[in-house]
Design a protein around this ligand. Sequence first.
Ligand SMILES: *[C@@H]1O[C@H](CO)[C@@H](O)[C@H](O)[C@H]1NC(C)=O
Ligand SMILES: *[C@@H]1O[C@H](CO)[C@@H](O)[C@H](O)[C@H]1NC(C)=O
Length: 156
Amino acid sequence: MVSFTAILLLAGAVMHAQAQDFSDLVGTWSSKSNSTFTGDGFYDPVSDHFTEPKHTGISYSFTADGYFEESYYRAVANPTNPKCPTGIIQWQHGKFSKAVDGSLELSPIKVDGRQMYSDPCAYKTSVYTRYNATEQFQVRSISHPIPCSSVCGLRC
Ligand SMILES: *[C@@H]1O[C@H](CO)[C@@H](O)[C@H](O)[C@H]1NC(C)=O
Ligand SMILES: *[C@@H]1O[C@H](CO)[C@@H](O)[C@H](O)[C@H]1NC(C)=O
């Protein structure tokens, strides 16, 4: 649905702790819709508030000192009732590390992550909860990093 698989390849790689160089990752990355970005325009931790992007997508930011931020927005069509699509918005941040084979492991700060689930036909209001998921993936190819000044994550 989202072009998540276009930019990332899931892999169950084993991670090794070692000195890390993240220079090839640092910056903000987004999926092809170029609409979902990290930063407080997506999730504002101060007011604890999500802003729904125009289009679905996924975005990651990585810093040189090993922190990541992730924004994810997915809509799920409902074939039996097209008027009732569901939507999921997720945000998390935390530390990341890189394995020898180039795969990444993201370890979120569990209490900070948030999820908003909307199913307008089932619930009048969105369901807002905490969210955390450790992720492992390989970076295959990613589109241009977005200039930090325009859509920066928390720690740029
Ligand atoms: C994606 O969006 C950013 C921020 O709005 C913009 O600076 C950039 O040029 C866009 N990239 C593409 C490929 O459309
Ligand atoms: C992290 O996610 C797991 C699985 O959904 C959940 O059981 C756990 O309570 C979460 N931790 C926090 C601190 O929210």
